[in-house]
Write a protein that binds this ligand. Sequence first.
Ligand code: SF4
Ligand code: SF4
Length: 349
Amino acid sequence: MTTRTKIRKKLLAAHRKLRELRMLAKGLVSTRHPVLVHIIPIRRCNLACTYCNEFDDFSKPVPLEEMFQRIDRLGEMGTSVITISGGEPLLHPELDAIIARIRKNGIMAGLITNGYLLVADRIQALNRAGLEYLQISIDNVNPDDVSMKSLKVLDQKLKLLAEHAEFQININSVLGGGVANSEDALTVAHRAVALGFTSTVGILHDHNGQLQPLGPREQEIFEEIMSLGKQSFTRINQFQHNIAKGLENNWRCRAGSRYLYICEDGLVHYCSQQRGYPGVPLAQYTDEQRHREFLTKKGCAPRCTVSCVHQTSAMDFWRAPQTFAPGATPPMTAAENLVQLTGPSNRPS
Ligand code: SF4
Ligand code: SF4
């Protein structure tokens, strides 16, 4: 990497930090805008991880004009951050234009990808589009029947990112049910830090969707990766620690208000695991509806592991008790079979 590139990276990082501080201040002053939105430009994925319920192998990309309308509407709402998710968003042929439109609206732009399609030119195009954050989840060191998102396969991509990317990169590893070798998470996390990336860890739950405590060695690994991740906000850490121990959390989920999940059909959902609620088209989702959801208690909150919504909601933990009954809120069901990640997003890719 040239000195010029290094300086440019530092300047961009400083600018990003400034924008993050502005986002925090705006979120503390007003509860009337979404802080984080996940948006899906394509449901199709080029992989098929066996635990995943967020992809298919046939969907077409959402037309660019529709994506622009959705992003502009989120801009009007005052949204602070949009993270593009999927499926595999790099399969969308006009992803760069989508990112640029997010930035044009003054919104911070993030991307969650499985990384398979990244090459040097693609990374440089993401730089030019104005991408600010990228997350890849790596599930194991060697590919297995559950997941091909392996350090062995993706290490070349990580090196390319370290060389070319001007945006911030987070590598997420996973622990818990279904992970064959928990030591892999530690290997992945150390590799991420060695390459200058941030590192987070997510917990994979069993097929009954229940919070299961991690075993003693897994808990040690979890603690070590959390310390590598430099996450210092105590309340957020406590949420993660409780999940690791299989304990319930007492918190106010602000999904449907401060956090929105916009599916490929342009409908607003609470989160990736509670799709269908409220299930309203974004274009018709009013300020009043968002305010109502801000004050609506979610029945699924105590056993929820969707850490990105928790992090977003932490901004308002001290205010506005939720007084509306969880009428439309579903009880935790099979959808509770959550694969949840720490860090900027909860999606597994
Ligand atoms: S699953 Fe979690 S994030 Fe989603 S609506 Fe329930 S409490 Fe909120
Ligand atoms: S976890 Fe990510 S990479 Fe795996 S199938 Fe789901 S969307 Fe695709």
